[in-house]
Each structure stands twice: as structure tokens, then as C-alpha cells.
Design a protein around this ligand. Structure first.
Ligand SMILES: Cc1cc2nc3c(=O)[nH]c(=O)nc-3n(C[C@H](O)[C@H](O)[C@H](O)COP(=O)(O)O)c2cc1C
Length: 222
């Protein structure tokens, strides 16, 4: 599976089997997380065999079951773009995990915040977590807003790379499937603007990653 297939096949999965993340898959996942941390300055962590974090009323309300593993997106409160960076690098990990045969679900609300086992150093905070593991199902494709509602470029003026990018952006996960962003074009780059509301900065980073990796062109936040 390549990255574009991973973008199409990724859907939120909330029910997991008890299979552990082991061997090469685990090593590759840990290596990728370390690379992302080095590049971004974030403190992303993989926590395994901890069923407690999702074993809460909120977790059950969110219909999660069997979540024993999760990735905590952690970083310094001093970073002005902490949410956006967390979204960008988290989505990179989510798509690589999909290629490794794992399933995921971004979770900012329905987990036990006080039960998360991430190491949070002084001055840091947990942005959100990502449930990860071997799903009991593959999830379902989300309903999407119309392409032209999220994009300021008429279809006839879209270069092929931009079209690839925007299609991948529409497939990106967003909190409550809100898709509150608009994407435009500026020469050889795309520009993305977040709408108002909870988690829109986190969504912005996620969508930006999908756009860039599918189009091969930079997507700049404005
Ligand atoms: C930043 C963010 C936060 C999310 N928080 C939750 C959550 O608290 N509980 C939950 O069940 N799903 C959560 N989701 C999953 C979204 O509901 C899901 O991504 C969206 O409905 C689109 O569906 P898809 O991921 O299957 O494409 C979150 C997604 C994102 C991107």
C-alpha cells in the first residue's frame, strides 16, 4: 500500500482486537515517532498495553472498545503552533501506521484525560491522543463537504497537483467531521485557512499533511 492508498483506506476505527503491536511493526512505529519528534520538537509518545485510558464513561460514550494502545501528542505550551504541528506529525504517523496494517482514531474528547500515561514534562501539555492497534473493522468513509465549498479555485483552473491535494484533504479526518478549512492556490503552493471552532488548528495540521503528501507541493497555513 502506498501513501495515496493509505489516505483512501484510512477511516476512524473505534473497536480493536487484543493483538499486541510487536516486532518490526513496533520498532518501525517507534523509529518514526522519534524522527517526527526530532524534526518538530514535539514529545509524541507510544503507550501500549494500557486499557485504562479508554476505559472511562467518555470512552464508552465514544463507543471505543479494546483500546489498549494509543499515541499521545504532547508538546511545549510555548510553541505557538503546537496544535497545528501535532496535527501535521500525528497524521504522518497515522498514514504510515495504516501502511503497516494498523488502524487508528484521532481522539481529543472521548478518552480519560486524567488516566493518560504519557510523560508530560514541565511546561508541556497533552494536545490529544490517537487510538492505535489492529481494528475489528476498517471503519467507514465519512460524508464530505463538496470540493467547491472548501476550495476557492474554480475546477477548470485547478492544476493536476492541486486536484490531487484537495482530494486527499477531503479524505482527512477532522474533529466531528467538521471540515472547517478552505484551500486556495498561490503559484506553485497551496494556502490553507482554518475556520473557527474547537480543534480547527489541529484539523488544519492534519489536512495540510494530507494535501502535501498527496500533491508533492507545499501547503502553507495563512
Ligand atoms: C482532532 C480530532 C479529534 C477527534 N476527537 C474524537 C473524539 O473525541 N471521539 C471520537 O469518537 N472521534 C474523534 N475524532 C474522529 C472524528 O470523528 C473522525 O475523524 C471524523 O468523523 C471523520 O471520520 P474518519 O476519520 O472515519 O474519516 C476526532 C478527529 C480529529 C481529527
Amino acid at each position: 500500500m502506498d501513501i495515496k492508498e493509505a489516505i483512501k483506506e484510512r477511516h476512524s476505527v473505534r473497536q480493536y482486537s487484543s493483538d499486541h503491536i510487536m516486532g518490526d511493526v513496533r520498532t518501525n512505529l517507534e523509529t518514526l515517532i522519534q524522527e517526527c519528534n526530532k524534526e518538530s520538537g514535539l514529545h509524541i509518545q507510544l503507550i501500549t498495553q494500557d486499557p485504562e485510558c479508554f476505559d472511562t464513561l467518555l470512552g464508552h460514550y465514544g463507543s471505543f472498545s479494546g483500546v489498549d494502545n494509543y499515541i499521545a501528542i504532547v508538546g511545549s505550551k510555548k510553541m505557538s503552533d503546537l496544535e497545528e504541528l501535532g496535527g501535521y506529525y500525528g497524521e504522518k504517523i497515522v498514514l504510515e501506521a495504516q501502511i503497516m496494517g494498523l488502524n487508528t482514531c484521532w481522539v481529543a474528547g472521548t478518552y480519560g484525560k486524567g488516566k493518560c500515561k504519557a510523560h508530560v514534562d514541565a511546561g508541556e501539555k497533552i494536545v490529544c491522543v490517537i487510538a492505535i492497534g489492529y481494528g475489528l473493522n476498517k471503519g467507514n468513509a465519512h460524508k464530505s463537504k463538496d470540493l467547491l465549498k472548501l476550495c476557492s479555485v474554480p475546477e477548470k483552473d485547478m492544476p493536476a497537483w492541486f486536484r490531487e491535494g484537495i482530494e486527499a484533504a477531503l479524505l482527512a479526518p477532522t474533529a466531528m467531521n467538521q471540515q472547517k478549512f478552505t484551500i486556495g492556490i498561490d503559484g506553485e503552493e497551496a494556502v490553507i485557512k482554518a475556520g473557527f471552532g474547537p480543534f480547527t488548528k489541529l484539523d488544519l495540521g492534519i489536512v495540510r499533511y494530507n494535501f502535501e503528501v498527496a500533491s508533492g507541493h507545499k501547503c502553507r497555513a495563512i
